[in-house]
Write a protein that binds this ligand. Structure first.
Ligand SMILES: [Cu+2]
Length: 180
């Protein structure tokens, strides 16, 4: 009887050990292993944000906000293997910026986080780092034809003017109605 119990216990232990050996590694979320710019770094204006994870990731989202909530990322984030890259719009003026990110782990779980860095020594004065400066820089690189570049600048300037006017109008009207 006691031998049978011992045998059963030994069998259970062996089964448990086999299960532990054959079970897939506990599928954990991936994790952020490195960032460029580094968290809490004080640096010259970066051209892009590069986030490195422990595993390949999908569906990346990155937002870059200044202290006033203004957005400075350009286009969509790109994920290649375990690296996510997000371009920065124009030259960041001096100040503190927050990077907010979200990716989907290999196990299908989304993870997200934020960190801050500080820009110093920037030649981009506050208010001039807007949408028009990025295409202007590209046109100066000679990447697109001269007239094409100017067409884009004009188009974007028009969009900015229209959007700015609309926003001002919205603020006026909503402010007026809120006061009454
Ligand atoms: Cu997970």
């Amino acid at each position: 009887m006691s031998r049978a119990v011992r045998r059963a216990a030994a069998g259970l232990a062996a089964a448990g050990a086999a299960l532990a050996l054959t079970a897939p590694p506990a599928s954990a979320h991936t994790s952020l292993t490195a960032t460029d710019p580094a968290a809490n770094a004080t640096i010259a204006p970066p051209a892009q944000i590069v986030l490195t994870y422990a595993d390949p990731v999908q569906l990346p989202q990155v937002v870059l906000t200044d202290a006033e909530g203004g957005r400075h990322e350009a286009g969509k984030a790109q994920a290649v293997d375990n690296k996510v890259t997000e371009a920065v719009k124009g030259t960041l003026p001096n100040g503190v910026y927050t990077v907010g990110w979200r990716v989907v782990s290999p196990d299908g779980h989304p993870i997200s986080g934020t960190y801050k860095f500080t820009v110093t020594g920037s030649t981009g004065a506050a208010g001039t780092g807007g949408p028009a400066s990025a295409p202007a820089a590209k046109a100066a690189d000679g990447g697109s034809g001269g007239s094409g570049g100017w067409l884009w600048i004009g188009l974007i300037a028009a969009v900015v003017v229209v959007a700015g006017g609309g926003f001002a109008w919205y603020r006026r009207t909503s402010g007026a109605s809120a006061q009454k």
